[in-house]
Design a protein around this ligand. Structure first.
Ligand SMILES: [Zn+2]
Ligand SMILES: [Zn+2]
Length: 344
């Protein structure tokens, strides 16, 4: 089959022929139709410090996908049949560490991620443990392919009291724009979004933001105070990892409010914990992955009921062979979500 592989240590990805994966007894084999390209794929392509420390080539990359079941393992259960359209949670967890047993598989100590730690989904076929597979139930595969990052946004927004609340979303890349739409669909009273890039602010507005802010030119804190009648927001979702934005998050949240951090800062950052966390009595929550599997069930209901349409965030589509163009679209900072059209 054709696949996009990190063949050896160093920059670059290769489109090449590799053996089709075999379907283990508890697996299903999926023919990939659509796949989402993600910032972490850029890191693997560029071979940055994180990739060098984590990825062991050769490995087929890609972790966001949806497609059609073509084979079901003998012990994979009877939920799945050939022909069913599915996506999958790309974090394969152990099921026996303390976190897994307490129902917190998203922070499993032994997580193996497809496309990072084992062969992934930028390929014509991918084998997945049946326990990770999610039926799409009418959701198109182009949307199924982005349910991984959409799930990050669901996790970030729904880990808070959204109905009737005022939210601030910092960073309007694809996950930030998803978060805007999810907050609206979940009943937020007011959604404020901030990003230095005008295309991203436009997309955030299109997804339902009431107010968009350019943090490089506007006084973000003053505008948030003004827009919330002096109170500050109830919930901040920090999606950028920018140290200045993390500081803004703590400043803009009201006393007793909540800050959910998803963006990865480049290194250590300094915060005024005394004044802005302890004395304000706020809660800070780290968002990693998707809760297994509450996040997936919530997301599927929002999508299949038509309550949420994330499709305007998808701005670019490329064939498998166009991976370099796809990566360039992401690093340009001009793109929303970028997907690959692979098969079917
Ligand atoms: Zn991703
Ligand atoms: Zn575990």
């Amino acid at each position: 089959m054709r696949a996009i592989r990190k063949t050896k240590p160093g920059p670059g990805l290769e489109v090449c022929e590799v053996p089709t994966p075999t379907c283990g007894a508890t697996d299903v084999l999926i023919r990939v139709r659509h796949a989402g390209v993600c910032g972490s794929d850029v890191h693997i392509a560029e071979w940055d410090d994180w990739a060098r420390g984590r990825v062991r080539p050769p490995v087929v990359v890609g972790h966001e996908f949806a497609g059609e079941i073509v084979e079901v393992g003998g012990d994979a259960g009877d939920e799945f049949a050939v022909g069913r359209l599915v996506t999958a949670e790309g974090h394969i967890v152990c099921g026996h560490c303390m976190q897994c047993r307490m129902g917190h598989g998203h922070i499993c100590r032994n997580t193996s991620i497809i496309g990072v730690d084992r062969d992934g989904a930028f390929a014509e076929y991918v084998a997945m443990p049946a326990s990770n597979v999610i039926p799409l139930d009418g959701i198109p595969t182009s949307i199924g392919a982005i349910m991984d990052p959409l799930g990050n946004a669901f996790h970030a927004v729904l880990a808070g009291d959204v109905p009737g609340s005022r939210l601030l979303i910092l960073g309007c890349g694809p996950i930030g724009c998803f978060a805007v739409a999810i907050a609206r669909a979940a009943g937020a009273l007011q959604v404020i979004a901030s990003d230095p890039r005008s295309q991203r602010r436009e997309l955030a507005r299109k997804m339902g933001a009431h107010l968009v802010i350019d943090p490089d030119h506007d006084d973000l804190h003053a505008l948030v105070v003004q827009a919330t009648g002096g109170e500050g927001v109830d919930l901040v979702c920090e999606m950028s990892g920018n140290p200045a934005a993390v500081a803004q998050a703590l400043r803009s949240v009201r006393p007793g409010g909540r800050v959910n951090l998803l963006g990865l800062p480049p290194g250590d950052i300094s915060l005024n914990l005394r004044e802005e966390v302890i004395f304000k009595g706020i809660t800070i929550y780290g968002v990693i992955g998707r809760r297994m599997y509450e996040t997936w069930h919530h997301m599927r209901r929002f999508l299949s009921s038509g309550r949420l349409d994330p499709s305007p965030v998808i701005t670019h589509r490329f064939p498998l062979e166009g991976i370099d163009d796809a990566l360039r679209a992401i690093t340009s900072g001009q793109a929303g979500k970028v997907i690959l059209e692979i098969g079917g």
